[in-house]
Design a protein around this ligand. Sequence first.
Ligand code: GAP
Length: 494
Amino acid sequence: MAAPYLCNPIEKFNLFMSYDNNTFQNLISHCKEYGYIFQSSEIYDGLAAVYDYGQNGAQLKKNIRDAWWKTMTQMQDNIVGIDAAIFMHPTTWKASGHVDNFSDPMIDNKDSQKRYRVDHLIEAFVESLEKEAGAALIHQMEQLLAADDLAGIKQLIIDNNIKCSVSGTCNWTDVRQFNLMFSTELGSIADEASTIYLRPETAQGIFVNFLNVQKTGRMKIPFGIAQTGKAFRNEIVARQFIFRMREFEQMEMQYFIRPGSQMEWYEHWKAERMRWHQEVMGFPAARLQFHKHIKLAHYADAAVDVEFEFPFGWKELEGVHSRTDFDLKQHQEFSKKKQQYFDTEINQNYIPYVVETSVGLDRLVLATLSNAYAEEKWNREDGTPDSRVVLKIPANLAPTKLAVLPLTKKDGLPDIARDIIKNCRGAFPCFYEEKDSIGKRYRRMDAIGTPFCVTVDHQSKEDGTVTIRYRDTMTQKRIHMDDVKAKVLEAITV
Ligand code: GAP
């Protein structure tokens, strides 16, 4: 039975949802206003491409990380998790190829001194072209990058009259490679031997621990090692909010396999990761696609991106890479320690091959928020317009699961509300609020993405029932207060 203060049912909505650049700017403002994401060191005017997560953002990020960890470790027979240090012996990065190869081709405009990653410069230019011409130019660029033809790339920029957005000129330097690793000094002696790097990927912490985990865990191939943690890249052109950051978090899993079986496992993990994005993250299939790499990283024999349709276009969310035995072989050579596995089933010693899945946690947060953000407008029954901004974050990922709202501050209603919270908060995060009208409180919960609101009113005192309101549909139902916890738990269990 609906109480008189309830909103109109969903059928009355004239619901619209736009997904464009304006909405994206609104989303960025919304993230700040509702405690999701702040510019780092904002009181000092911020630090480019570095962000802080606020109270709701940190919880959303943790929920996504936990969901990934559960799928990749707890739900698997043969994948275990580790937590390696950010600092690693500097030879790690020589062996992995990052010192020599981890760079992006850049070009500077001589008039404005502005530096661009060439692919970003060309991609931005393509946005001004017709679809077919744009696709042709991207294809040409990809071919040239795959061939490491830096002079050819510069010529492509000049032939297409691509200008610097600041100076408006085509006065370009040659294209050069810039290494993306941050370095710092370990200890007090500033000689070359003490130069160490902030890890640009978490994967190497797994490779150097391959034998530790295999032996102590008595792991049999095929098996995996997973970890989540910070990675750092000196991105020259950092754009699009938390999409491309200088400090970000990766969630990676290295799956160690028999040489020759890599294509089978590559297909397996491609399919598994696509399934996870849909079933656990709740992304619609239409907003996900695979994009096969033409230019392979120095370690890969096959690679694909899982792309998400962000408000600014299709972009990489996750990579699935067949890394061969490149990394373990390199570490064996540089460390002079054997990185081999004795396979008792086939009586052979070999360096395992690896298929990795590597997803950016911050990109998952951005994809979740982009997918969830909606500006809705409708007319009430009496014709007056109404509106709301809502984050339709899947219930399993939402930072706060349940808000408990006493209709008034008196008549013992807050006590009942507090009892419900006491009963539920051990199982999931709850929020209590008694200030403002119930309508305003609902809107605030919509804005932070709380999937369930429970309102305690005078009828609750008589028969123990409360109103449960569903964020996405705004529909409401009376249920017994003893059933609240089970109802929410059912909805957040994936
Ligand atoms: N170990 C393999 C590896 O690091 P990658 O494609 O360079 O592969 C994996 O990175 C994922 O890390 C990307 O798909 C992306 O989600 C995330 N990522 C990479 N650079 C990032 C950045 N600057 N900001 C945010 N996320 C980033």
